[in-house]
Write a protein that binds this ligand. Structure first.
Ligand SMILES: [Zn+2]
Length: 208
């Protein structure tokens, strides 16, 4: 096929995105060619700005503007209820639901029994450290951790793993909860509507 190299390059790069196969990448590439010149240029410029303009909070791992070590919530340090989530979009889903007074802890994956687990285990160790710090300062205030995972086998396995890891911290001051009714089996948080997330959060169950 004698496609110009610039098109081949765009098609190849688009396939690095989740869920984009060769056919879809081709469709996007040709659509970009047929757009008015400003649109692909604006897209290119915003991608460059995205690469240079964001980093991750050192505590919760959520995306923040470059130049910030932590997000506003972690910098403030007043929050004593952390919601543990699998991915970035789950934080967005909670914020859309209007749930406030909570912080987050992003795992960026589940425990699946494979090589990618190392990063997730590392995030779970840092969760442990965050809880330890919260339990000490001040020593009389309670702490809640909500494991807010998709209702899938991987979500369940990860929740069980974290509950076991956090066992040494068990005390009257620490509650570990999981999302309650409303999330149907197999459902991903990012696709759940606002009320479903709100209800599941309101009816969360204690696991430790
Ligand atoms: Zn943060």
């Amino acid at each position: 096929m004698t496609r110009p190299d610039v098109i081949k390059k765009v098609i190849e790069l688009l396939q690095h995105l989740p869920g984009i196969g060769p056919r879809q990448a081709e469709r996007f590439a040709y659509a970009l060619i047929d757009m008015k010149a400003e649109a692909p240029r604006a897209l290119g410029e915003s991608l460059i700005a995205l690469a240079a303009g964001v980093t991750r909070c050192q505590e919760c791992m959520r995306v923040v503007e470059t130049g910030h070590r932590t997000c506003a919530t972690c910098a403030d340090g007043a929050v004593r209820h952390l919601i543990v989530v699998e991915k970035d979009q789950d934080i967005d889903a909670f914020e859309r639901s209007g749930i406030t007074d909570t912080g987050f802890h992003l795992l960026r994956g589940f425990i699946l029994g494979g090589p990618d687990d190392a990063m997730v285990r590392d995030r779970i160790r840092s969760l442990y450290a965050r809880i330890e710090t919260l339990l000490k300062n001040p020593s009389d205030a309670s702490v809640e951790i909500t494991l807010a995972f998709a209702a899938t086998a991987d979500g369940d396995m990860t929740a069980a793993y974290i509950t076991k890891i956090l066992e040494p911290l068990a005390s009257q001051k620490l509650s570990i909860t999981r999302l309650g009714r409303g999330l149907s089996t197999g459902s991903e948080l990012e696709y759940a509507d606002r009320d479903t997330i709100k209800n599941a959060f309101a009816s969360r169950n204690k696991t430790l």
